[in-house]
Ligand binder design. Structure first.
Ligand code: FUL
Length: 684
């Protein structure tokens, strides 16, 4: 008699299994920040500024559903403390806004609209409350729990509860205007709060950096890891305190089942800012995130920030529609169906674990090997030459995650060639590779934690489509635009989307004073190429060219300082001074009148060190007299989302010498870095 394989390692709960199946759902960041243009409100915002002119929950839910999202999570309260429902536990809510005469309830309207369309509803409730007078005391934690109870009892079924890790710091705090730090490990007493969720919404999954049901992926840029262990050891960690790189790939043999959720915004910021209308992620970027999240066994939580009307901006809607169109076209036809499947080892003696189970469309049935066999091959005979560029596979994770390394070979004219290698599989793994034609495909599992189990194999061919134009500029200001071999691109320099009359890009051009380059590919210009939405466009804002800039030598890492002005985002300045403040001084080579300053933190700083959060910028005609800062403040949320930060100067300032003073690191450490420093002049 055939025996069922023993489960291996930590296993998912039924609640987690249901969550895995959702794969794609949305985030809605909406609050007073939408009206103040901030990412983190201070907490002193007047409730009256929350006044969307055309809030339409049905429209928002329809956009999400048509994009294929299975749920929506709303920021019911973000760090500024403003509640989107009339909570009994604060005055800082929609009740005191003018929207719907103070009788509105965003949470109710969205929860109801979700229920009408069969979209699941989830809640984000920020633990950090910069408005609340009692933040930092035990009384506030009670208030937080009471607010959570309101959300979990009055708005129907909740599928996910989201606890943010950003915690403590300065704020309004009922007028105290001070900095309050809390002990992340003890202050919130999370187990007690999580017990409330279990009691009131037993089917809901709980998200925080470290679970208990879903973990953070360790970044906000949509990067899941190719190696993704769905298990984690969380000892010594807590929400807001974990090692990002380890969250990113999980722990092999981790003691808890704790899969990652890839949370990322469709725009650079989490909240809507009109200035980012031209920086909505392109279809190609969204597809890349799809493959890095869902394609690497995580979930894809995509933020769609409602604008000041209370609607999803047209550009975002269009990108989502095109992304869906391409994904649907890619996965419509499984070319592996009908193949004859064989394996080097099959758990016997009867047919229960037959290799053909991988094609039966049922993720509960699977091919299995005998115990002790941890390397094995599965061959799909496609019956004739077949063309594909995607391979999808799954493990039946109810029995644990097992596969550690595997490869794909194809046979053409009797010869086997390896076309891809991979590490983990987990819930779902989708490999992308160049278009390949073959009659047989072999999955070669090289190593597994226990006898490997595979429930699904699929082969697909993605449609050809115009990729979004790439816009780059050299250090001396030469701009190059490209969208692939033979693709015609039009462009503008005034921030507008190119029209069908705009000039074609034909050769690199000079843009030494900076400006916004917008490039577009039109279907009409490119017969035979699928152009999503008949038009794909891309914009980039450049500052002054930096070829004449020179670092003014200082002790602060003079060797690497030139990296901050070399127009290469992947190199960076790293200060050698031991403590903050750190300084970087630059001679611009001529007097310039600047309107804004740009700081790009060190990219791919997996350990998060050296990202500057508090800063001052000086611009002067003499290094002997720096005067007052021309810009100063904090780059909100830069640690989690290390994108370029632009600080607009309060008024245009003239000078030849630029000084960037790093006052504090986001992680509280001593290191300061900068990948690029930029200056923008009027009109750029
Ligand atoms: C972060 C927050 O600080 C951001 O504002 C945003 O809400 C993001 C999803 O989580 O930790």
């Amino acid at each position: 008699m055939t025996t069922i394989p023993e489960p291996y390692g930590a296993l998912p709960s039924p609640r987690q299994l249901n969550w895995h199946a959702l794969e794609f759902y949305g985030f809605l960041h909406f609050t007073t920040n939408t009206f103040t243009d901030l990412e983190w409100g201070f907490g002193d915002e007047s409730p009256t500024i929350f006044n969307p002119t055309d809030f339409d929950a049905n429209h928002i839910v329809a956009v999400a559903e048509e994009a294929g999202m299975k749920g929506l999570i709303l920021t019911c309260k973000h760090h500024d403390g403003f509640c989107l429902w009339p909570s009994k536990y604060t005055e800082h809510s929609v009740r005191n806004s003018v929207w719907r005469d103070g009788k509105g309830d965003v949470v109710r309207e969205l929860a109801d609209a979700c229920a009408r369309r069969g979209v699941k509803f989830g809640v984000y409730l920020s633990p950090w409350d910069r408005n609340h007078a009692l933040y930092g005391t035990p009384e506030y934690v009670e208030c937080y729990r009471n607010q959570l109870r309101e959300l979990l009892t009055e708005y129907g079924p909740i599928f996910e509860v989201w606890h943010d890790g950003a915690n403590g710091g300065d704020g309004y705090y009922g007028g105290a205007n001070e900095s309050r730090t809390i002990d992340k490990k003890t202050y919130y007493d999370w187990p007690t709060t999580w017990a409330i969720v279990r009691e009131l919404q037993p089917d809901a999954v709980i998200f925080s950096d470290v679970g208990p049901d879903i973990r953070w992926v360790g970044n906000e840029s949509g990067e899941g890891n190719e190696t993704n262990w769905l298990t984690l050891n969380t000892e010594g960690w807590c929400p807001g305190f974990a090692v990002s790189a380890e969250l990113n790939q999980g722990h092999e043999d981790g003691s808890s089942w704790l899969p990652p959720e890839v949370d990322v915004s469709i725009r650079p910021g989490w909240f809507y800012h009109a200035r980012e209308d031209h920086r909505v992620r392109t279809v190609q970027q969204l597809l890349d995130i799809y493959y890095q999240s869902i394609g690497c066994s995580g979930s894809f939580l995509l933020n769609l920030p409602p604008d000041r009307r209370g609607r999803i901006h047209e550009t975002d809607v269009e990108r989502l529609r095109q992304m869906r169109r391409i994904l649907d076209a890619t996965f419509a036809d499984d070319l592996a169906q009908g193949a004859a499947v064989s394996a080097s080892n099959v758990r016997g003696p009867d047919e229960q674990f037959s290799p053909s189970n991988v094609l039966d469309g049922n993720s509960d049935t699977y091919w299995a090997t005998d115990d002790g066999v941890t390397a094995a091959e599965l061959i799909l005979d496609l019956g004739g030459p077949t063309t594909f560029d995607r391979l999808l596979t799954r493990e039946p994770i109810a029995l644990g995650q097992r596969v550690k390394s595997w490869s794909v070979d194809v046979e053409t004219d009797g010869t086997w060639t390896e076309i891809a290698t991979a590490t983990t599989i987990g819930y779902k793994r989708i490999l992308r590779f160049p278009v390949t034609t073959a009659s047989r495909v072999r999955i070669r599992i090289a190593d597994a934690k226990a006898c490997p189990l595979v429930s699904t194999v699929g082969l697909f061919l993605s449609p050809r489509f115009a990729s979004d134009p790439r816009i780059t500029r050299t250090i001396d200001g030469l701009v190059t635009v490209g969208a692939g071999e033979g693709i015609q691109v039009r462009y503008t320099l005034d921030g507008s989307t190119p029209s069908p009359e705009s000039p074609f890009y034909t050769a690199p051009f000079s843009l030494p004073r900076g400006g916004t380059v917008t490039a577009a590919v039109y279907a009409a210009d490119n017969p035979g190429v699928l152009v999503p939405g008949d038009l794909v466009s891309m914009a980039r804002r450049f500052g002054l060219a930096k070829d004449a800039w020179q670092v003014i030598p200082a002790d602060n890492g003079a060797d690497s300082a030139a990296n901050a002005i070399d127009a290469d985002e992947l190199t960076h300045w790293q200060s050698t001074a031991e403590t903050y403040p750190h300084e970087l001084c630059i001679d611009l080579g001529e007097e310039v009148t600047a309107t804004a300053f740009g700081y790009l933190p060190r990219q791919r700083a997996r350990d998060g060190a050296g990202i500057v959060e508090r800063y001052e910028v000086y611009l002067a005609s003499s290094v002997a007299e720096w005067g007052e800062p021309v810009a100063a403040g904090r780059f909100d949320n830069i640690q989690s989302n290390p994108i370029q930060q632009i600080a607009e100067l309060t008024q245009p300032q003239t000078g030849r010498y630029l000084k960037f003073v790093a006052l504090a690191a986001a992680d509280g450490g001593t290191l300061a870095t900068a990948a690029e420093i930029d200056l923008f002049v009027a009109g750029a």
